[in-house]
Every structure is written in C-alpha cells, then in structure tokens.
Design a protein around this ligand. Structure first.
Ligand code: LLP
Length: 430
C-alpha cells in the first residue's frame, strides 16, 4: 500500500487510490451516511490548536475559538475540553457554548449589533468580556449592566486601519469597514468607558480580517494597538488584556500562510521588545483551527457536456458550501476513489442542483468522473456548515467527527419536515 498525503490537509491522504481521513475510508462513510456529508477530523483540529498552544508556551494566553467558523456542538465540546474559550457574536452562539459544556467565563462577545436582550443574557451568564464596537454600544451596555446591579467587563475593539490583503468582504480592519472604533477616537472612548458606572475596562482588541496569509498586517496592527495601549495607560486607565483577534488563513489553493507557532514567535518577539510580553493575551482564531480539518462529500449526479463548458452536476450545492458563490472562493475537489472510473479526464464546472447560476462549487476542474462517483470538496471545516442554509428546501447534511478508526455522528441529517416545522397554514376558506 502506498500512502499519499494531500499537502495542507493534515489527516487527509490517499491509501493506494482511496481517500482517507485519519483511518476512515471516506467512500465507506459516504455509502453508510449518504451525501452531501460533512466529515471532520478530530486529530486535525487538535493539531491546529496545538500549533497555537506551542506558539504561546510560557505565556498567559486564552485562546477563544471564533465559533462562527464551525459551531457544531461537538466541535465546541472538543475545543472546550482542550482549554479553549469562545469568541461569540450572538446570544444564540452563547447558548451553544453552554449546551456544549463550555465555560461562559471564557467567552468574549464581539459584534457591532448586540441587542439589549443579548447583553442581559451574557451578563447573566457571567461572560468574560464584551468587545465593544461603538461609542453608542458602550452607553447602552453600561445602562443594561447598571439596571442589573452589575458592571460589564469591556474591551474596546479598535480599528487599526491596516490592510489585511484579503477578500474585501472578509477584510475588517480598514477605516471604511463597519467594525471597531477609529484609532483616533480610542483614547477618548476609553475615557468615557472609565467614567460609565456600569462598565469595568479590562482589555483592548482588534481583528483585521480573515484568511490572512501574510505576517506584515499582523505586525503592523500590533504596533498600532500597542501605541494605543501606551496612550490609554498614560491617561490613567489600566489595560489588563490584549486581544489580537483571529484571521490566520489556511491553504485552499497553494496559499502559504505562516504556521500559527511561527507567526506567534514573531509577534511575541515584538511584544517582548515593546515590553508587553507578560500581559494577559487573548486570540480569536476560527478558520485556522477547523478549515482544513473537514471535507464535504458529494455524489456526481450527471455529466452535461456543452459547447463551451462541461458541467459536472453534484448533489451538494451553494446551500451546503456557500463560499464559492459568496466570495468566488476556491475549494479543492478530489475523487474519493481515484482512477475508479477509467474515464479520461475532462475539464468541468462543478455545480449543484440549486436554481441559480451562482450555484457552483468549482470552476474549470480537471476530473475523471462518471455519474455515481463520489467527490470530496476540501477545506470544508470552516464557514460551510455554519453558513449553510436550507434554500430550495434542501435539508442540512449530516456531520461526522472522525477519531482515529472511529466516527461520531455529531449531527443527523435534517428531515424535510424539520425545515418547515415553524410554518403555519392560514385558516381554511369558509
Ligand atoms: N474575531 C472576530 C471579531 C471576527 O469577526 C472573526 C471572523 C474572527 C475572530 C475569526 O476569524 P478567522 O480566524 O476565522 O479568520 N465567512 C467568511 C469569513 C468571515 C469571517 C468573519 N469574522 C469566509 O467564509 O471566508
């Protein structure tokens, strides 16, 4: 038997011609559980976490997994068991953390539009910190906390105005983005926060974007953040923790992001040089912990040759894998059984059954396929299931977590009646 790894995808490899995740043959899982099917590797998730943990050895750090990347309860449970807190952006995410056994004390609450009800819910649960994104939010949070006889722990998200050099929809640290407080307003905003009776200033944070593949935007953002810490502390307000957000990219298509430990070695050297190396640190990684730990399995339904294009129509679609439609994102697509068909390779657009031209998963891919063959869409651990929908009344796929030679069914396939459970018919005509 020969084993061939897929670069950038730990735990995914061909044994002879069959694709495996850890010790599971993926075609067996597809046959047993049906398609579309998300399959995640526990070992790959823990390996990704370990790279951060190595990078921060000997430091005071809280890793808060940005659960919007993949909020399945078992994934949260796994990260909670390994010491993670969570970066949340809604009351719903907080409920998931609690349902998964996570510690609300290790939760930070980000997002530009927290409602009063969400603030109350988070205060009641005793979350670790609110990452406040506007001056208006600061006032409301103080009033809500005061009405409960509490003081809300706050960090202000600053917008360092650095270009993360990523897709515009997932770039968040530029002046014109809706996120954070302009760095010119930061000291005044901290002064206001320090006066408000319902608040307790605990930290500062920034997050400049997602799928970042270079080190320089991080280094620039860190410099700006530390300049601000200096100015805030000179104004007499103590900052306990420094939160540098998430954003580290993964290899989708030959991308070469730095490894988490290598990136942090550089960032920590800068922190040390500027005298902040012993502060409590927080980070909010999402994609880099789960993205390349997962695949979405799909079956080829039809091949449709055309004059200009050939289409490979599969049973997964933009409701299961929304990133290509939303960001023109690239996901690798590979056969589960290479060389099974004996078909000559042809160039296809791989598309789903949804009635939209935007419903494509991959463009101009060379594949040797026949109807009934199984394919894996790669890098599907992050922002796929969590961004999925039931558009076209397509039930959400099942999800499996592979652990060595064992698998856990962590989400059953949704039933059609689950989709319309909350809908009501209007009264019959008299
Ligand atoms: N912290 C905050 C405040 C965030 O807004 C985000 C992501 C993260 C942390 C985690 O970033 P990560 O480590 O995953 O890059 N749906 C898009 C990505 C949206 C990211 C939104 N914010 C995609 O599929 O590419």
């Amino acid at each position: 038997m020969t084993s061939r790894p897929l670069p950038g995808h730990p735990q995914l490899h061909y044994r002879d011609d069959a694709l495996y995740l850890e010790d599971q043959r993926l075609s067996d899982l597809a046959r047993e559980h049906g398609t579309p099917l998300y399959v995640y590797s526990q070992a790959a998730m823990l390996q990704a976490l370990a790279a951060y943990q190595r990078g921060f050895a000997g430091r005071k750090v809280q890793i808060c997994y940005a659960m919007k990347a993949n909020s399945s309860l078992a994934v949260l449970q796994l990260f909670a068991r390994h010491g993670c807190g969570f970066d949340i952006v809604s009351g719903g995410e907080l409920e998931r953390v609690i349902a998964a056994g996570g510690d609300p004390g290790k939760v930070i609450f980000s997002g530009v539009g927290k409602t009063r009800a969400e603030m109350r819910q988070a205060l009641q649960a005793g979350i670790g910190c609110f990452n406040v994104e506007s001056e208006a939010e600061l006032e409301v949070l103080s009033a809500v906390a005061q009405s409960m006889g509490l003081r809300a722990p706050v960090s202000i998200r600053v917008n360092p105005n650095v270009d993360a050099k990523t897709h515009p929809y997932i770039s968040t640290g530029l002046k014109d983005n809706k996120f954070g407080i302009a760095h010119e307003r930061t000291v005044a905003t901290y002064q206001r926060a320090a006066q408000l009776p319902g608040l307790r200033v605990v930290g500062i944070d920034c997050h400049i974007g997602s799928q970042i593949t270079e080190e320089s935007p991080y280094l620039d953002a860190m410099d700006r953040l530390l300049d601000l810490v200096q100015a805030i502390e000179a104004a007499g307000i103590a900052i306990q923790h420094l939160d540098f957000g998430g954003g580290l990219g993964i290899d989708y298509n030959g991308d070469r992001p730095p490894a988490a430990d290598a990136l942090w070695a550089q960032l920590l050297a800068k922190l040390d040089a500027r005298g902040y190396g012993q502060r409590q640190l927080m980070i909010e990684p999402g994609r880099s912990l789960v993205g390349n730990a997962g695949v979405c399995l799909t079956e080829v339904l039809y091949l449709k040759p055309g004059e200009h294009k050939n289409f490979c129509i599969v049973d997964a679609a933009m409701n299961d894998l929304p990133r290509p439609a939303m960001y023109q994102a690239y996901h690798g697509i590979v056969p589960l059984e290479a060389g099974a068909t004996g078909q000559a390779a042809q160039v296809y657009d791989v598309v789903g059954p949804i009635c939209e031209s935007g419903d494509w998963l991959g463009r101009e891919r060379s594949l040797s396929v026949a109807p009934g063959d199984l394919l894996a869409v790669l890098s599907a651990g992050a922002y796929c299931s969590s961004m999925g929908s039931t558009y076209n009344t397509r039930p959400r796929p099942a999800e499996l977590l592979v652990d060595g030679a064992g698998t856990h069914l962590i989400r059953t396939r949704e039933g059609i009646s689950d989709i319309y459970r909350n809908e009501r018919l209007i009264p019959a005509k008299a």
